[in-house]
Design a protein. Structure first.
Length: 399
């Protein structure tokens, strides 16, 4: 027997659907792949040196809870990045290293979704469009996904004020991504604080995916821990009660292949994440943990990477102008272009321009007969500047 939720409730992953969409088209002579959010820049040399230096430790099982040095480096970074005072975050209680943030945003479904809530199937709220792992976590944990449209009309941020009271009563878990994937919108501090309050009042856990938090075009985005700490009342609980955030080195440090991230926040939730990880998660090899600690302690390479993305957005703006409704997102490294028919334009760009992008509709679900991503394509600006110039020029010529 196969788990029916895998067959009936989860579509093929977006990249599998993309492969089927263009399967009948010949592979271009000089293709440029801009469908995947995989940074093509190098991992900083100092981190590679740490991995090489410490490979001899590979005969030892890594600690599930992370090395003390890595946990300390994560806490120090959170303090610097979000202005958190010394002593507020306990490396042993408030943070847990993960094999990439993907592991965590999936596992939180198992941790946060009970068998029932308010006498019915628990609800998991998901922004729409969304990172598909949120849906996998909701479905495979037995939750009922409720999709919250995030479109141009609401600034690409879900409107949680519009959620009916009966829906909130059944809600066990709320996902938010800031800066968002794919639109790059950033939640403000008041927005985060209001959402934290709503989740606490209704007994829901708020999971904020902040894996793009270090890639931004203007001011740095606010963070969930920062917002929780600045709130006046916690009811005598831990200041981060009911809130967890997820971070990763994949985007921040061009280190997608290291599979290294962390969860931080409510110590009760973190403890249950550790229990989940002990039973079914993935341990991070010690050389990778050591390299990760070095990366979290260094800001120079992050500033360089951020500057490279800003230059690519400036380039894209100069080439596209207003084609596809171009706008420079607050954060992240995606273009979200309104092209009328995302699937048709994706095929044309591949067949005539040799550029592979992702139809926006593959990142969203239909609500009331409308898929908020159908008109869009997502373009990942993950290549060097000259490759980006070539790709965006081809896109502009075909739009």
């Amino acid at each position: 027997m196969i788990n029916p939720r895998l067959e009936t409730d989860l579509n093929d992953y977006p990249f599998a659907r993309l492969g089927a969409l263009i399967a009948d088209l010949p592979v271009p002579a000089q293709p440029i792949i801009m469908s995947v959010g995989e940074p093509q820049g190098p991992v900083p040399q100092f981190a590679r040196d740490v991995v090489s230096r410490d490979l001899a430790t590979s005969n030892r099982y890594p600690p599930n809870q992370g090395t003390p040095d890595l946990c300390a480096a994560i806490v120090a970074w959170l303090q610097r990045r979000y202005g958190i005072a010394d002593g507020v975050l306990d490396p042993a209680r408030h943070v847990l290293p993960l094999a990439g943030s993907k592991e965590g945003v999936f596992a939180i479904g198992t941790v946060a979704v009970p068998p029932s809530k308010d006498g019915a199937q628990p609800i998991v709220m998901i922004p729409n469009p969304f990172y598909q792992v949120y849906l996998g976590a909701a479905v495979l944990s037995g939750g009922a996904p409720v999709f919250m449209n995030a479109d141009a009309g609401n600034g690409f941020m879900p409107d949680f004020d519009s959620v009916p009271a009966d829906t909130w009563k059944r809600t066990a878990l709320v996902y938010l991504c800031s800066p968002g994937n794919p639109q790059g919108a950033m939640a403000t501090l008041p927005y985060l604080q209001k959402l934290i309050d709503q989740c606490r009042r209704h007994g829901a856990i708020l999971a904020i995916d902040e894996c793009y938090a270090e890639i931004y075009n203007g001011a740095a985005p606010a963070g969930g821990l920062q917002a929780a700490l600045a709130m006046d009342e916690t009811g005598g609980r831990d200041p981060f009660a009911d809130v967890v955030v997820f971070h990763s080195l994949s985007k921040r440090s061009n280190a997608a292949g290291l599979r290294s991230g962390f969860v931080a926040g409510d110590p009760k939730i973190v403890a249950m994440m550790l229990r989940w990880k002990t039973y079914g998660g993935v341990q991070i090899p010690i050389p990778i943990q050591n390299a990760s600690a070095a990366l979290w302690r260094d800001e120079a390479h992050v500033e360089t990477i951020r500057g490279e993305y800003r230059a690519k957005f400036q380039l894209a703006k100069s080439i596209l102008h207003n084609k596809g409704g171009y706008f420079t997102p607050d954060g992240g490294f995606f273009l979200w272009l309104d092209v009328g028919d995302g699937q048709a334009v994706t095929r044309r760009l591949w067949a005539e321009g040799g550029v592979k992008v992702l139809p926006g509709g593959y990142l969203a679900r239909e609500i009331d007969g409308v898929n908020p991503g159908d008109r869009y394509i997502r373009v990942a600006l993950v290549h060097d500047l000259e490759t980006t110039r070539t790709a965006i020029t081809r896109i502009a010529e075909l739009l």
